[in-house]
Write a protein that binds this ligand. Structure first.
Ligand code: CA
Ligand code: CA
Length: 408
């Protein structure tokens, strides 16, 4: 049997989205770091705690770490879009060996590898190395540098390049709402990057999808309250980001095909893509989003297809990922559990650094969020498939995630 599943969900109600970075990459300053690794000896210790970020790349300020794999955690102090990391290392002789230098970034509460380069292993004449992990595009406030070495490592300096992230540098969506009774689905380049977005709009709601970037809905305007119901500092996120928890996979980096349609009472957009690599190449995800005349209800139908040409039976665990809520104030999130309706709050404006919570015993197929001024979003979903709910919030995000997973 080939696994194929038709699932559906309904979004009821619905918005401000900002993303993008106006500034070019530059060397990031003002960060701090720490390590749990020891030093070769007192002589080679990091006496100031700033040896890796004091601007001195000479051997004079060398720190020699010991202990095998060396891990250095970097706190950027505030979110930044990181584009490259350079570690200035040296090998006084060929006994100093380094298999790889890997950069991890904390994203949504977890460290994920974002890039890696080879070090030095066999004999070399070269003694000084600028190990550059480049072409990164990750927004984070914390990095982890992992040096895979059998014993010791000589480091002089670390340089991090990127641009500060934040609403001040955000690209704005300049698109006036259309006050037509007739629902519509249309294309426009709302962020000026030359690639079309798709706009679904009626008299009450307006949703904007980015087919070129994972088919994510990065703007959901609820017109009666002039409320934007999603917000992120990272253009890869928003509402209706498509992921799998089993296997762990995201479609957010994939380009989506799309088509639009409708009639006198409705309008829809259908976005679809295939994954990349292995079984994912045979996996086709399609979501159809439909609105009706004079209704704030948005219906979303998902279809996940294992193409028969894969010749393989496969189990999928769908993962629905959203950043929901109204930016610029407190948001309250509600989840029905077997122990009653639970509430999760996030208010970054009051210094709330965020938290996370799992709800592993959901009792009904709905969940909701409401912002400080009363506008919000309620979502219903197929309870029979529901496995769990999850929220995450943290430094640098304006609203929390609003996630759920389906059983495999
Ligand atoms: Ca230095
Ligand atoms: Ca565009």
């Amino acid at each position: 049997m080939f696994a194929s599943r038709l699932v559906k969900g309904i979004l009821i109600l619905g918005l401000m989205l900002s993303a993008g970075f106006a500034q070019g990459p530059a060397k990031l300053e003002g960060w701090s770091y720490h390590t749990d690794n020891g030093y070769l000896s007192e002589e080679w210790a990091d006496k100031t705690g700033k040896a890796l970020c004091d601007g001195d790349r000479s051997r004079k300020g060398t720190t020699i770490y010991s202990g095998g794999t060396i891990t250095i955690d970097i706190d950027l102090g505030k979110p930044a879009r990181v584009t490259s990391v350079v570690a200035h290392a040296s090998r006084p002789n060929n006994n100093y060996r380094l298999r790889t230098f890997t950069v991890l970034a904390k994203s949504l509460g977890h460290f994920q590898p974002v890039g890696s380069v080879e070090g030095f292993w066999g004999p070399t004449k070269q003694r000084d190395f600028a190990l550059e992990v480049k072409d990164l595009d990750v927004t984070t406030d914390q990095l982890r540098l992992v040096f895979d070495t059998p014993s010791i490592l000589c480091l002089q300096e670390v340089e991090i390049f990127g641009a500060p992230a934040g609403s001040a540098a955000a690209a704005e969506i300049r698109l006036a709402p259309v006050n037509a009774a007739q629902p519509s689905a249309r294309e426009a380049d709302v962020d000026g990057d030359g690639k079309p977005e798709v706009i679904l709009e009626n008299s009450l709601v307006r949703l904007i999808f980015w087919p070129a970037a994972g088919g994510v809905c990065r703007s959901f305007l609820y017109k009666p309250a002039q409320a934007e119901l999603t917000a992120t500092a990272d253009p890869r996120y928003g509402l209706l980001r498509d992921q799998l928890w089993s296997p762990n996979y995201s479609f957010a980096g994939r380009p989506y095909d799309y088509r639009t349609g409708g009639d006198a009472r409705s309008a829809w957009v259908e976005l679809s893509t295939s994954g990349a690599g292995g079984m994912m190449s045979f996996t086709r995800l399609t979501k159809r989003i439909q609105i009706e005349r004079d209704s704030p209800i948005v219906r979303v139908h998902y279809r996940l297809l294992n193409d028969p040409s894969s010749q393989t039976e496969y189990l999928y665990g769908l993962w629905f990922h959203h950043f929901s809520g109204v930016a610029g104030g407190a948001n309250r999130y509600f989840v029905p559990t077997t122990e009653g309706v639970r509430e999760f709050r996030f208010d970054p404006g009051t210094g709330d650094k965020g938290s996370e919570v799992w709800y592993r015993e959901p009792a009904r197929g709905w969940t909701a969020v409401v912002g400080a001024k009363g506008a919000g979003l309620a979502m219903t979903l197929d309870y029979k498939y529901l496995n769990c709910f999850y929220h995450w919030s943290g430094v640098g995000v304006p609203v929390a995630t609003h996630e759920w997973r389906f059983n495999r």
